[in-house]
Design a protein around this ligand. Structure first.
Ligand SMILES: CC1=C(CCC(=O)O)c2cc3nc(cc4[nH]c(cc5[nH]c(cc1n2)c(C)c5CCC(=O)O)c(CCC(=O)O)c4C)C(CCC(=O)O)=C3C
Ligand SMILES: [Fe+2]
Length: 383
């Protein structure tokens, strides 16, 4: 596999990549959080959607997904597993960095992690958010929530928090998808379905079109879909190229929320499967490219809904694994921490697309929410 180094002079020389090492005390594994029982479901959904204008019917629909799994999201168990895997990898490499864990929307909260950091005397944290791409929901909202949690705990002047770069094109994140697509294509071929009747669907979370347009720094000029769509397409191309036989593919979206009057990224994965079936496609490989683990979006929206759609049309569908605790992914996350700690020169940072390696330090307006506008954020250029 070829590693394409970043050739964009603005990115290589700007203030967005650090050039001085930082002596971090600990890692913050920052994630979404999820309910751990039926009684948590509604309070969790209220946390997620506060001030977001999500219709009540959508909340009831999503509550039903969680209820079907006993009110327990798989995401917390997956983060506990990831934390343990990171600790093991750090120990194996002799890196003395404890891992704290905090979530944006459910306990343990990010602010709990800051309180713990303070109690243990840690003042310089490096965050790994469980989210690979650039957009309000997948990057800036984490940075705003760090700022809010620091304000909440009164630790703004005590704790410094930085973040690893968005890692959509880091080999550790991409490798598990490559392995998965290769395996799925082999299984489909073994069923006797030819490549011309097979289609690869790279699926990611839909977001409002207006948020997509504002994702990433404006100067990159990626057009309507912003950095969010450009990053997904670039990674999909890498995965397809590595899969060998070059099957046809598309980028599709899932888990749309919000009122119908607001445009979100399309097409929906289910509509795409229907359209493909109508053109004679007999097998689809569903690649959950936007997700790091098999949380509810994957278990429900892909493994339940999209699978039902495919089955009802007689289309063979194989959903490939998410990175989860794949050794390449875990070790890649540790590489990202060390790369930032040691201020590794940009030219030596691995990135599989020409868009990266992405920035250590976000620009001030980066990934702003198109509707809610400015909110203070840390781990970026101020304000
Ligand atoms: C881009 C993106 C990611 C990927 C990046 C990342 O991973 O961070 C992601 C991940 C996740 N989203 C999750 C859950 C939810 N997301 C919601 C709502 C929303 N997501 C959005 C975007 C994203 N979401 C947006 C624009 C909204 C509308 C409200 C708003 O503007 O903020 C809602 C409310 C109900 C609904 O409307 O669906 C829920 C319950 C879970 C936990 C799953 C589990 O429990 O296993 C995870 C990992
Ligand atoms: Fe979401």
């Amino acid at each position: 596999m070829t590693v394409v180094r970043n050739a964009t002079p603005a990115a290589a020389s700007g203030p967005e990549h650090v050039t001085e090492p930082t002596a971090y005390d600990a890692i913050l594994l920052a994630s979404f959080g999820g309910p751990e029982g039926q009684d948590d479901v509604i309070p969790f959904l209220r946390n997620v959607t506060r001030g977001r204008g999500i219709p009540e019917e959508r909340l009831e629909e999503v509550a039903h997904h969680y209820r079907a799994f006993g009110g327990v999201s798989p995401i917390n168990a997956q983060n506990r597993e990831l934390k343990a895997a990171l600790e093991a990898e750090l120990a194996r490499r002799g890196v003395d960095l404890p891992v704290l864990w905090g979530n944006r929307n459910w306990a343990p909260y990010i602010k709990d992690a800051f309180v713990e950091a303070n109690e243990r005397g840690f003042t310089r944290l490096i965050a790994i958010g469980t989210s690979a791409y650039s957009s309000y929901s997948s990057c800036r909202q984490y940075r705003e929530d760090y700022a809010a949690a620091l304000a909440d705990t009164g630790l703004e002047d005590v704790i410094q928090i930085d973040k690893v770069r968005q890692f959509f094109d880091h080999p550790g994140f991409v490798q598990p998808f490559i392995d998965g697509v290769r395996g799925a294509l082999a299984s489909i071929a073994a069923e006797g379905i030819p490549l011309e009747q097979t289609h690869v669907l790279f699926s990611t979370h839909s977001i409002p079109e207006a948020d997509a347009a504002k994702s990433g720094p404006a100067f990159r000029g990626f057009g309507d879909g912003g950095s969010y769509v450009a990053q997904h397409r670039a990674v999909a191309e890498v995965v397809i190229a590595a899969a060998g036989d070059a099957p046809a593919w598309d980028l599709v979206f899932q888990s749309r929320s919000g009122p119908p009057s607001v445009p979100w990224l399309e097409p929906d994965v289910n509509d795409a499967i229907r359209d493909l079936a109508a053109t004679g496609i007999r097998a689809v490989v569903i690649v959950p490219l936007g997700f790091v683990s098999d949380h509810m979006e994957v278990k429900w929206d892909l493994d339940t809904e999209a699978m039902e759609t495919a089955q009802s049309l007689g289309v063979l569908a194989i959903r490939v694994p998410t990175p989860g605790v794949h050794p390449a992914y875990v070790s890649g996350l540790v590489d990202l921490v060390l790369e930032r700690r040691d201020a590794v020169p940009v030219a030596d940072r691995p990135a599989l697309t020409e868009l990266g390696p992405w920035y250590d330090v976000c620009r001030s307006g980066c990934c702003e929410n198109a509707r809610l506008g400015f909110k203070p954020a840390v781990a970026g250029l101020q304000p």
